[in-house]
Write a protein that binds this ligand. Structure first.
Ligand code: AFP
Length: 341
């Protein structure tokens, strides 16, 4: 019997145990973050279960449609939003919530307020639900200075002020990837235990990758540097092999692959959408935070993504993120264009 392997199998590092271990590095902390995270984890487990049985439970389809009992059906993204909003408020640790699903920010009732702001997309990639492609929840966490005097500016901060960020991917397995600012760790849900177990400790993105990931259908509207970069991926000038193209169209799944295998994910500006498509607060920032924590880079075409300061909660930005060297190559093309302008 391999006792070492057996000890490893039976010494389960759950996400809560991991965060409590991290907490011991901050003697001043009182466990508030651990409580908040356990409520986020609960939301992820609920959404995971709902995604898995969506077809059976007839959760698919448009919000407002009636099911066979004549009851109003909630679309999965609407349901997921409700679950996260309620889980976050009931944690007693939040003061402002910004969700992709809600036009306005939610200011938590003062009696239930804590010191954290959570920005999130409860079910990103929802156009993929009906065909069973991986989708996910994305979240970022800020802390307010004074929970009794919160304003919208507490969330309109640059991404580098985030305390933590993560995503949960609902795919062939349910994987939660988290950074609290000291590296990136991945946890997989063990459905029999109902616990997320550390399966991907200290994720580091390869320095250079062999994959590029972009919606090439938009190519006719790209700017010069993006078009040149993608051309170089296909027809490298340095004798290297061309890169492979992989694009799922579900940011969580595309970023998860990029983190693990390396490469670059691009959602550039184009002539039709000068600000790109992806939202700064709950798509660009959390993924950029994770990418930097894993040793990669995130760039908007003009600046480091985490240096952006959004002026509205649903603002969009172009984004390029992935392996350090690949993003560096793209940055050089933008710099060259600026020099020649
Ligand atoms: P949906 O939530 O509408 O499916 O959009 C998904 C998404 O916000 C992000 O997850 C993808 O990376 C991106 O949009 C895909 O956009 P395109 O369909 O324009 O390629």
């Amino acid at each position: 019997m391999d006792h070492a392997a057996d000890a490893h199998r039976t010494d389960l590092m759950t996400i809560t145990r991991h965060v409590l271990n991290e907490q011991t590095k901050h003697p001043e902390s009182r466990g508030d973050f651990t409580i908040l995270l356990s409520h986020i984890v609960l939301g992820c487990k609920f959404v995971c279960t709902s995604v898995n049985k969506a077809g059976l439970a007839k959760l698919l389809g448009l919000a407002g449609e009636k099911n066979v009992q004549g009851e109003d059906q909630k679309k999965l993204d609407v349901l997921s939003n409700e679950v996260f909003v309620k889980a976050l408020i009931s944690s007693g640790q939040t003061c402002i919530l910004v969700s992709e699903e809600d036009e306005e920010a939610i200011f938590v009732d003062p009696a239930l307020r804590g010191k954290y702001c959570v920005v999130f997309d409860p079910l990103d990639g929802s156009s993929n639900i009906d065909c069973g492609v991986s989708i996910g929840t994305i979240f970022g966490i800020y802390m307010v200075k004074d929970k009794n005097e919160v304003t919208i500016n507490d969330v309109l901060q640059s991404g580098k002020n985030m305390l933590a960020a993560g995503y949960c991917m609902y795919g062939s397995s349910c994987t939660l990837v988290l950074s609290t600012g000291s590296g990136v760790n991945g946890f997989t849900l063990d459905p029999s235990l109902g616990e997320f177990i550390l399966t991907h400790p200290n994720i580091k993105i390869p320095k250079k990758g062999k994959i590029y990931s972009v919606n090439e259908g938009n190519a006719k509207n790209w700017d010069g540097p993006t078009a040149k970069f993608v051309e170089k991926c296909k027809f490298p000038e340095d004798g290297c092999s061309p890169k492979s193209l992989r694009y799922i169209g579900s940011m969580v799944a595309d970023i998860h692959r990029t983190l693990l295998y390396g490469g670059i994910f691009l959602y550039p500006a184009d002539k039709k959408s000068p600000d790109g498509k992806l939202r700064v607060l709950y798509e660009v920032f959390p993924m950029s935070f994770l990418m930097e924590q894993a040793g990669g880079q995130a760039f908007t075409g003009k600046q480091r993504a985490l240096d952006l300061v959004p002026t509205n909660i649903h603002q969009r930005s172009p984004i390029f993120l992935g392996s350090y060297d690949d993003v560096e190559e793209l940055k050089a093309l933008y710099a060259a264009e600026e020099r020649n302008a």
